[in-house]
Design a protein around this ligand. Sequence first.
Ligand code: ADP
Length: 850
Amino acid sequence: MLMCRTMSSSAGIQIPNRLPLLLTHEGVLLPGSTVRFSVDSPRNMQLVSQRLLKGTSLKSTIIGVIPNTRDPEHDTDDLPTLHKIGTAGIAVQVVGSNWPKPHYTLLITGLCRFTVTSQLQERPFVLAEVEQLDKLEQYTTPVPEGVTAEDGELGELSQKFYHAAVQLLGMLDMSVPVVAKFRRLLDSLPRETLPDVVASMIRTSNKEKLQVLDALSLEERFKKALPMLNRQIEGLKLLQKTRKRSPDNEKRVLSVRKGGVLPGRQFNLDEEDEDEDGNDTAALERKVHGANMPEAALKVCLKELKRLKKMPQSMPEHALTRNYLDLMVELPWSKSTKDCLDIGAARTLLDNDHYAMDKLKRRVLEYLAVRQLKTTLKGPILCFVGPPGVGKTSVGRSIARTLGREFHRIALGGVCDQSDIRGHRRTYVGSMPGRIINGLKTVGVNNPVFLLDEVDKLGKSLQGDPAAALLEVLDPEQNHSFTDHYLNVAFDLSQVLFIATANTTASIPPALLDRMEVLQVPGYTQEEKVEIAHRHLIPNQLEQHGLTPQQLHIPQDTTQNIISRYTREAGVRSLERKIGAICRAVAVKVAEGHRVAKTEEAVTPEGSTQQGDTAAPPEMPILIDHIALKDILGLPLFEMEVSERLTLPGVALGLAWTPLGGEIMFVEASRTEGEGQLTLTGQLGDVMKESAHLAISWLRANAKTYQLTNITGGSDPLEGTDIHLHFPAGAVTKDGPSAGVTIVTCLASLFSGRLVRSDVAMTGEITLRGLVLPVGGIKDKILAAHRAGVKRVILPKRNEKDLEELPANVQVDLDFVTAGNLDEVLNAAIDGGFPGTARSCTQPQLSSKL
Ligand code: ADP
């Protein structure tokens, strides 16, 4: 018990008489052992974030660990009764993570037992008045030779226990340094500490550890722990008898679970690292000199090294300093790869890796070419913006390959703490470097391609704005001396090539957006997807599943079927997954086929084949037709529902834009007798609600022209009528002005009792005077309409220029109506139009804007 001894010898440190309590129901911390706890319940999390991470003194890292007590799931729940005895411990390490949910991992070294005398607070974490039970001073008694003064039964017991422990260690391989070290420790440890230390190292259940913890008198503690120790010895004897003596086995016996740890240091017998400390630091010193780091960094390292040499190994800070130095020597201060850029080859590589996306590829090549001519280019950062699964990451990876550079992806989605980017200061418990420095350590060179994924999903919190930190990373004026808080010395990032990706530019912080050149990557058309599937996705998936084209064949019309009936997305990610599913199913068949073929079994088909005519082994290649597709992927997820849903008056099809690409959106309306009220449902934003009011006002004003009536045939559509407008499809919040024309069309259909054409979709903002204003995201919206099988798209006249960007086949397949006012919209949308109305509505053709 190095720690206990050092602490007690320095005038017997007392634990504070008020301790924050960590409630655990898994794992028992015994004094003198070190245990890792994972915490994710509310009070425990609060304890970590508000106490451990905030505190600066050594005292604030001391907490009470209460075993066998579950922290309630909500902090509003009452506390259960606390286990009466706990262990005060010192938190030597805190590591936080957000995956799969927010939690902390604590490494705690036990100091002594305590009991709770009164609870002071329950929230945000439990704080209690405690009474120290083990007196640290009592452990200072020197190692007694033979039976000691307090002899009697206790002396005998402790003697017995000591001998058993010696016996156990004697059965282990002394050449394992940790065993040897423990053997030495055994002699220098005060006997009183042995039950705790040994019980935490040998194989014991939590229940048994709890018994040892609860044993307050030393005598009882020895009595509880001795049988466990003997059991371990017997077990080991048995093992050695049954198996041939091999050092491996022996090692395993003591490679006890998580619990078995020496203070401040994981006790792991598989670890062969226990070189003498001196040798260690000498090696480290050599590495420090060999790391080729800049002057300033070298100075810091040498200073830390000097401190390290003076520190005893058992001090928690020893490990921290050591980790710091290890990181410093590992960083690629001056290691880099050589760029090998050949534009011709780059073009071929990009073309080979990616189908379509010509505009993007062209711009990327320009960018690379300029870099080649001017290597010191401080150009803008490329930012690929588009829906998921359109190949943004994949292009980034190709760029790294064309340059012959290392590639590293940094996911920024959900990052809301600036220290994620810039690291924690080393004064923090559990501090670590940020993702940039970590990434550099991973790739091992200082000029990799870093893909900053999802910059639009950066969060913001009280822990500082990560966008500001990122700005510093990306700014060519500053990033040659980027200072991570953990490193605390500058690292030159100017050789790193940064590329960013996002789903939308709307949520990228403006200052960050300003540094970047945005390249839009729109979704793919049906035809492009088929090509991508056959050129890239299918061959890739075949390879990943160990299949060959001779075994599996997916014809084009099957691919088309998957795209239109099993996926509805702008990119190709779920298409890729569906192909993966087919490959897995086929892999099973192929494997089965092999087995049957080998044994040449002529078993009657067990009804496992659906096509009926295939006897085992299946004929190669396995062809995926419609039937097989249904068998593997199940019933189609999407039917061509558009035409079916437009069979009643009061339904129209709009087009919406979301960061995930374009989408079709139904608008439904119904009316009942009432007092002219308008009800809107379907997760709408304010702008959408305003559009609905606008639409109604315009329709009331123009009711005569379009022969719109109320429920009883009156000339004011709203008189004595309640209207309900609904925007179905998902729990997604919909907002934006572009649904204006759709709402007008839907209501006009309802008020006139006439159907909206079943194959038309529309988008456009409206004004009170009936003009149609341009909207954004036209390309994505039209691709969505095309995916959904729509034939005619109505869009604002001023969006006509956007049509040029569409792929040729979409232009051919769709009929576009560009409308300047609502009259043109209604004539194009309602079945049969409104003959003779065109004139009446042309008067507000003023050039005024709004
Ligand atoms: P994103 O980063 O845009 O979400 P990914 O780069 O992860 O998308 O792409 C998803 C998958 O689709 C990858 O396997 C990628 O290779 C493939 N893919 C996407 N677009 C293309 C394309 N144009 N040509 C070939 N493969 C593509």
